[in-house]
Design a protein around this ligand. Sequence first.
Ligand code: GDG
Length: 501
Amino acid sequence: MDSIKDMSAPLIVVSNRLPFVLNRKENGQLERKQSAGGLVTAVAPVVIECKGLWIGWSGLHDLEPGTLIPEAAPNDKAPTSGLLSSQIVPVHVDQKEFEAYYNGCCNGTFWPLFHSMPDRAVFKADTWKAYLRVNEKFARCTIAALRKICAELDAEGKENVAPVIWIHDYQLFTVATSVRQAVEEENLRCKLGFFLHIPFPSWDIMRLFPWDDEILQGILACDFVGFHISDYCLNFIDCCCRRLGCRIDRNNMLVELAGRTVHVKPLPIGIPFDRFVRLAETAPVFIKDTDKVKVILGVDRLDYTKGLVHRILAFEKLLEKHPEYIELVTLLQIAVPSRTNVREYKQLKEEMDQLIGRINGKFSRPNWSPIRYIYGCLSQEQLAALYRDSAIALVTPLRDGMNLVAKEYVACQIKEPGVLILSPFAGAGEMMHEALLVNPYEINDAADVLHRALQMPLEERELRMTQLRNREQLLNVNYWMNSFLSSMGALVEDEERDPLT
Ligand code: GDG
């Protein structure tokens, strides 16, 4: 299931952001800039191929409604370059509204709540209302697009073909509510799917949100719902039962609401494995002294869910317990600036600066520092070189939907293998059993696991890494996408395919 399969119907993807960055040049003209995420790389070619649509916010607040997004530049090699202007639907959200919806409700409420950190969540009626209004805008664009596609299919005599709408993530929980309503009122046809990229919390966390019923109803307006792992599916099903009184079937992961049955399924996302292998094969060396100093690597957005402070304290503990590592081991932490205008994130940045300063002051030698800290973004090639040349990847989120860094690290381990240390509180911890699992809150244990990883014999590292790599190669991002679309009945099955094409 590695290659991309044919769609049996047009696909409409709905995500908070369009699959590229839109820039305004000095002369005022718009241009597309590529974004290299795995999801975009996998899904964009399908949208292009099936003549589908991508609906999302453009990243610019001052874009006039009706503005046509330009075609890709002739030299644009991004997977989205084949997306025609007519296949892109920008949703317009003004700055004030966006602030309340995105920084307020999405990142100030849902992000901490869904990561089971309710103390950090802010519950405000006005940001929730802004969220509903923005979701309604996305829904209006989706309905208009659906009407048009249905009419085109009718004109081609394809009255039996139902377009597939695939809504992504926690920014768009309530879009499907209005889409479902319009479909029923106007007798349109479509299949509605939703995938959540972050965890789904348990009922006792979910019920803290005063309008939790509207979120559950929004998700249940879909026909098919995917989460990364079965724990999130079961949490969701449990919430539907307890909050809405839905009939449920836990074993088959079904939820019934108002006579409709919604299918729920765990679908762990993968990475473009082969692309990372190719990058690792060709990327020039980025860290120069790995023959003398072993590198322990951390790569994360600067986010409180990623467990950065705990991780750095674990590394400090390692140096305290095992001073023999001084001058022989270094922690290289890449922290990508994220949500920089949200207070929690500014505070975390300050905490990191102080903590790293303190530890470096305590242990540094004239020619060695224990922690190298890059607050910024690297190219994917540089990242692949780091993954390839690091002895250990330390992936220890306090909570994480999946975590792609763990997967990218193993993909890039094409030379003498290193060791992956992983938190069981990441979705990735569910399947990557050959990693060394450690509870990130247990600083002392984490230091011991680091010591074990640094001492692990080559044979054991090879055994573990081979298994990890085989699984990620198979369960790559195309596999995930095909599984989602096939679960929705949206793919041409092999027997339907014309053997001559
Ligand atoms: C959400 C969920 C879920 C990082 N630094 C650089 C860079 N990155 C890239 C990595 C990786 C991505 O960012 C981070 O992905 P994660 O999965 O770790 O985390 P989130 O951004 O929180 O993603 C998560 C994911 O959605 C998918 O469903 O796994 O649980 O929270 O791909 O490579 N990329 C570049 N330079 C960097 O410095 N170019």
